[in-house]
Design a protein around this ligand. Structure first.
Ligand code: IMP
Length: 427
């Protein structure tokens, strides 16, 4: 039975929460497969706004089982706070399942994330400072602490001690910071263990059985394609794999069970943190997009960098992820513009590139080649179907679809649950 992936087609913040929520009625399981509390999903239900960082969006639908997969890095304090905040608003996290194989973000990861960014100075990545990179680094280095270690206090103590022997040397001798006391960390994490125990599960087995029983599993990516560790704008990327391949590795669901890959695409482009962004607008137009689109980070509150739609990137996302459908978000933000430029290719030192250049050096030099399309003046936020859109808005959507290489099956015209035009069923 179907397992569908939702993946950001740009640099994250495309509005994935809204797409997950739209599918909520049909879905039995929603799985986060990578990232951590660097992500931020905003879901608006009626007059209530929910900002989720670590919990899968499925937490908001009572019939859905939310799953945190093995590919996620978990800050247990943040997770429990998120669970408690939702509980205070009447939303229970009782159904939540957490993979025993997921890794934990430890206090030294957060300390090292902040201090290394400061050391990089102008070359900093612009991370969210949540310890994501150092936690994944330790996973690869095979000294990470996993969720299952919370079930064995002896092992937990040994792992914390072993990690801090090295990390404290780094913190004190290289970065001139105070060391971290292993006893205190152990005490803190044992307290988390007590509360998290009921949620810990063999999630890959649970999901496999669910698929066998004909249940519908939705895999929810954080960040976006261009922030992928392998396929993004390295080193200005996150430390995990948001792309559809990462969905399999981060959940334990094999590739041949994925039936739909849904790319979330904003009608313009945004990016947070450092790194190349060819269509970025650093003028008043960029400020207008930021204000009109409310482009401020859910997790960090940082201003997002804003620019025009980049069809080269959308095409790349189609190719890397195998996108079967796009969900185009925030089309309403562009209402009122006379003309809307779309980047169709790049000029790199006088040479036209129809694809993302092979090297980062060339990508840093890429200048957008624009085609302009006529805008529309009407407010489209009340549109209920494609036919309700003004002709120029419809033409803009058609153009993006042709350039991106996959059908646009849903269109967001506002933040609300009911502000989505469904062109064809997504699943
Ligand atoms: P990290 O994931 O905190 O290590 O940050 C690495 C890069 O990914 C930085 O440029 C962040 O701004 C960016 N990033 C991480 N999470 C998100 C997200 O959810 N949306 C957009 N950018 C993100």
């Amino acid at each position: 039975m179907p397992a569908a992936v939702l993946v950001g087609a740009q640099w994250g913040d495309e509005g994935k929460g809204k797409a997950t929520d739209l599918l909520g009625g049909d879905v039995d399981y929603v799985v986060r497969y990578q990232g951590g509390n660097n992500a931020g999903h905003t879901v608006v239900i009626g007059d209530q706004k929910y900002a989720l960082h670590l919990l899968p969006t499925g937490i908001l639908s009572p019939h859905v089982i939310p799953v945190i997969g093995n590919g996620v890095v978990i800050d247990p304090g943040v997770l429990l706070e998120e669970i408690d905040t939702l509980a205070a608003r009447g939303i229970s996290a009782e159904r939540l399942l957490i993979s025993a194989d997921a890794h934990l973000i430890m206090p030294h990861h957060k300390a090292i994330d902040k201090v290394t960014e400061r050391f990089l100075g102008q070359n900093k990545i612009g991370t969210t400072g949540r310890g994501i990179g150092p936690a994944y680094g330790d996973k690869v280095y095979r000294i990470g602490v996993r969720v299952q270690d919370l079930l064995d206090p002896g092992i937990l103590a040994k792992k914390i001690e072993a990690a801090l022997v090295e990390k404290n040397q780094v913190l004190t001798k290289i970065y001139n910071r105070r060391g971290i006391e292993s006893e205190k960390v152990l005490e803190e994490y044992l307290a988390y263990a007590e509360r998290l125990k009921p949620y810990i599960a063999d999630t890959s087995l649970v999901l496999s059985q669910a698929l066998d029983e004909g249940k519908f599993v939705l895999l929810e990516g954080g960040q976006g394609t261009l922030l992928d560790l392998d396929h993004g704008t390295y080193p200005f990327v996150t430390s995990s794999s948001p792309t559809s391949g990462g969905a399999c590795a981060g959940s334990g669901i094999p590739p041949n069970r994925l039936t739909k890959i849904i790319g979330i695409l904003k009608a313009y482009t945004t990016r947070v943190g450092s790194g190349p962004f060819p269509t970025e607008l650093t003028d008043e137009m960029g400020d207008w997009l930021r204000t009109t689109g409310g482009e401020y980070g859910v997790t960090t509150g940082r201003n997002r960098r804003c620019g025009w739609f980049d069809a080269v990137i959308a095409r790349y996302a189609t190719r890397i992820n195998g996108i079967t459908d796009f969900f185009l978000t925030k089309l309403d933000v562009l209402s009122g513009l006379e003309k809307i430029p779309v980047c169709v290719a790049y000029d790199v030192d006088g040479v036209r590139h129809d694809e993302i250049p092979m090297t980062q050096t060339d990508f840093h030099h890429a200048k957008p080649i624009y085609e302009e399309f006529p805008g529309w003046q009407e407010d489209i936020s009340g549109a209920k179907s494609l036919d309700d859109l003004p002709p120029n808005a419809r033409a803009y959507v058609r153009t993006l679809e042709e350039m991106s290489g996959a059908p646009i099956s849903a269109i967001g015209v506002g933040p609300g649950r009911d502000q989505t035009l469904v062109v064809r069923p997504l699943v």
